[in-house]
Design a binder for this molecule. Sequence first.
Ligand SMILES: NC(=O)c1ccc[n+]([C@@H]2O[C@H](COP(=O)([O-])OP(=O)(O)OC[C@H]3O[C@@H](n4cnc5c(N)ncnc54)[C@H](O)[C@@H]3O)[C@@H](O)[C@H]2O)c1
Length: 260
Amino acid sequence: MPGRLENVKAVITGGGGAIGMATAEAFLREGALVFVTDYNTEIVDRTLKSLKVVSDSVFGCPADVTSKSEVAFMMDAAARSLNGITALINNAGTVSPGYLVDQSTADIDRVTNVNLKGVILCTQAAIPYLDKSKNSSITSTSSQAGKRGWNQNAVYSATKAAVIGFSRAMAVELAPNIRVNSIAPGHIKDEGMAWAAFAKRKETYQTVEDFSVDLAETEIPLRRLQSATDIANGFVFLTSNEASEITGVVLNIGGGVVMD
Ligand SMILES: NC(=O)c1ccc[n+]([C@@H]2O[C@H](COP(=O)([O-])OP(=O)(O)OC[C@H]3O[C@@H](n4cnc5c(N)ncnc54)[C@H](O)[C@@H]3O)[C@@H](O)[C@H]2O)c1
């Protein structure tokens, strides 16, 4: 049976992280050609090694998403490796949990640059390469934190709200040929950013499991955290032809923690 992403040629940023890796794997299983990129060579090499077990249709190179020249080089390499690009998954992200008064200017710059400027630079670099005739799409990782107040994550929340605004504006600008959407994951249970948030809450919780169970029971209607694969499934859907009439949306995948 053909996969749901046959003919898709996808670039995935933050491909070495929990959600990026799960998304790359899901895309490969659905028949896509995949180009993964991440911050440095070591992460990209490790990621490619894992993904080649799934499929040989995977390529990659490092790029710091905050660097215009590195992003330009990476996007050109992706277009050559994949013989064109039809999908961009803007997924690289970083976090700096803690009270705002304790955040250094370096923390604020890092989170803002990776989570917002990185999405803007990668989108800008991808546009000339995106196939204008094949249901091309850009999907970016926002967060439930961008929709509701998330304790001790103000700068992160601001960047994730900005990703939604940027994606909606680009959905209008790039219509009718390129669809632009975003996904707002809740806390995922795989090692990733939720764990970084836990590290700052150690005064309250002994283990990440305690933190997760408490969070799920108090805040999430479905009473469970999501997995990286749950988020990957959303990226598969929004990139597939099944979503060919969907642009400008924010897909909540958070067990009901936000319902707008
Ligand atoms: N884990 C969660 O609970 C959660 C919830 C909501 C949203 N998100 C978002 O999902 C995305 C993926 O998060 P994750 O949980 O997989 O975290 P992760 O830390 O496992 O992955 C993030 C990846 O981004 C890469 N990255 C960071 N800075 C970069 C830079 N300057 N250039 C290139 N790559 C860079 C990291 O190396 C890492 O591989 C992020 O945008 C995050 O904000 C995560």
